[in-house]
Write a protein that binds this ligand. Structure first.
Ligand SMILES: Nc1ncnc2c1ncn2[C@@H]1O[C@H](COP(=O)(O)OP(=O)(O)OP(=O)(O)O)[C@@H](O)[C@H]1O
Ligand SMILES: [Mg+2]
Length: 506
């Protein structure tokens, strides 16, 4: 790809970007939020037509009018929001619209199953071809997307932030698969914000900044600091250092909270915890051990079977999410697009939500447009959200910038209790520094923060106390000094040394 230019109105998403990919390599594409990575990949997959620039495949200039053209030229893309049919089987999804059809023009199911089996064995992509897609975990869905691309004989496989939603174990499996593809002479392009992954997996690195290619590096000859410098144009602190807080009185109390279907296994099983004002309590755990449901139940988005939630002396049980918000709970959900924002609404409207029922945004019966805009401007500035104008739909923001919008809006509530789930998912390294500093500042202003994160490094950099969840229970409750990667890791695997969690509710 040479000199690719793509404008969206006033925004120059790609500003003469170059990318050269060789057969048999894993190529990392990196850059800050809004640098133009996803746009460049959409151009390569025929989803977006560039304003100018050239794509050549094996020396021949090509024009992709749609993904159909790109697929024919050997491109494959693993979408982050998976595009699969939930009620169909894995095999049906993989071969759908491909030529494996029986004489009656119907899908030849047996041939499809065979094709999937063959591919999954060849590349170590473990899936059951007969499983219904609706029942699969994210990691497996991603494997199905990869199989789909391979079935279309993709020579170049594009993955845009594939590990953002994977557990560490699933990430290991994915990397093995990608290395296998490299062995087989294919090309893998991976977009990621995790420099550790870049260094571990890739052969070459292309860095985009403000839509332009600013560096092409050989991974073995560079390091994280150099890559970060190219991305940001400055030196970045990659470590994230813990700074102790000064906790005060208990603010959030959760007692015996149980969530789940009326009969059968609860997803949150009798959890008790408390968070003090001026304290960040971290929740570690392998994804799917009840962390999401715990925060949703506290926020009032999920009914509890039993147990209670209090802020100070104020009982929240039975209150709606809206009432809990008024009582002082703000919430950053894990999924910024589906739950955290309304992608079709403007950035200004998205930032006003939750503030719209009271002054200054509300004036009598109407909303004050000027106040809404200045409210939005402030959050955009504090969180350095890259957006051409606050009136564009939130859905046009890059992934990381949408994440900053949700975090910024919820922190602006200045609520005594803040629940945060994966606050820096998809966010670039500079913005992680900023969000971490702001979370510490929020705590130091005397608020209680309950933070769930899949990044152990993030928890270590922020949490004053660390809880570990396993099977819906809190299986470890560790003071700052007690938490090590080792004992946290053991507890996450269900092997807590201190098997009985202390009841910290007071
Ligand atoms: N459909 C669109 N309409 C308007 N602007 C867009 C559209 N798609 C992307 N942009 C803008 O183009 C710029 C580049 O966005 P892109 O999604 O390519 O960034 P990115 O490097 O993938 O960022 P991230 O790391 O946050 O995912 C951003 O400023 C974004 O707001
Ligand atoms: Mg992106």
């Amino acid at each position: 790809m040479t000199g690719i230019v793509k404008r969206f109105g006033d925004v120059v998403a790609n500003d003469s970007a170059d990318l050269e990919l060789a057969a048999g390599e894993i190529h990392a594409l990196v850059g800050e939020n809004g640098a133009g990575k996803s746009t460049l990949m959409s151009v390569l997959y025929g989803l977006i037509a560039p304003d100018s620039g050239e794509i050549r495949v094996e020396g021949r200039p090509v024009t992709f009018r749609s993904p159909v053209d790109a697929v024919a030229a050997g491109m494959g893309m693993v979408h982050q929001a998976f595009r699969l049919f939930p009620s169909m089987t894995v095999a049906e999804n993989v071969v759908y619209r491909a030529e494996t059809r029986g004489t009656a023009g119907l899908l030849d199911r047996r041939a499809a199953v065979r094709a999937v089996q063959e591919l999954s064995e060849r590349y170590g992509l473990r899936v059951d071809p007969r499983a219904r897609v609706r029942n699969l975990s994210v990691g497996v869905l991603q494997r199905v997307e990869i199989l789909k691309a391979l079935h279309r004989e993709a020579q170049v496989l594009i993955l845009d932030e594939p590990t953002a939603v994977l557990t560490p174990q699933e990430t290991r499996l994915l990397f093995d698969v990608l290395r296998g593809l490299r062995e087989a002479g294919r090309t893998v392009v991976i977009v990621t914000h995790k420099l550790g992954e870049v260094l571990e997996l890739s052969d070459k690195v292309t860095v985009l900044r403000d839509g332009r290619t600013v560096a092409r590096l050989v991974t073995a000859e560079t390091d994280g600091a150099e890559i970060a410098r190219h991305m940001t144009g400055r030196a970045v602190d990659l470590e994230g250092h813990y700074v102790a807080g000064a906790p005060g009185r208990p603010a959030l109390h959760v007692e015996g909270l149980t969530v789940g279907p009326p009969t059968g296994r609860p997803v949150v099983d009798g959890v008790s915890l408390s968070v003090r004002a001026g304290e960040i309590v971290g929740i570690a755990g392998v994804a799917g051990n009840g962390q999401v449901e715990l925060l949703e139940a506290i926020a009032g988005l999920r009914a509890a079977r039993s147990g209670s939630v209090r802020i100070g002396d104020h009982r929240l049980d039975g209150l709606s999410a809206g009432r809990r918000r008024e009582a002082g709970v703000a919430y950053v959900p894990e999924d910024r697009a589906a739950t955290g924002s309304a992608v079709a609404a403007s950035v200004t409207d998205n930032l006003a939500i939750g503030f719209h029922r009271r002054p200054p945004l509300r004036r009598g019966w109407r909303l004050d447009g000027g106040a809404m805009r200045s409210h939005a401007r402030q959050i955009i500035e504090h969180f350095d959200i890259k957006v051409s104008s606050p009136s564009v739909p939130a859905g046009t923001l890059s992934g990381g910038n949408l994440q900053k919008l949700v975090v910024g809006r919820e922190m602006a509530h200045d609520a005594p209790v803040l629940l945060v789930d994966q606050p820096t998912r998809g966010v670039d390294i500079g913005a992680i520094e900023n969000i971490h500093a702001r979370l510490r500042g929020y705590r130091d202003a005397g608020h209680a923060v309950l933070l769930a994160s899949a990044e152990l490094g993030e928890l270590m950099a922020l949490a004053d106390r660390l809880l570990v969840m396993f099977g819906g229970r809190v299986v470890a409750d560790l003071a700052r000094g007690e938490a090590t990667e080792e004992n946290v890791g053991l507890a996450m695997a269900g092997l807590a040394a201190t098997a009985t969690a202390r009841d910290t509710a007071s």
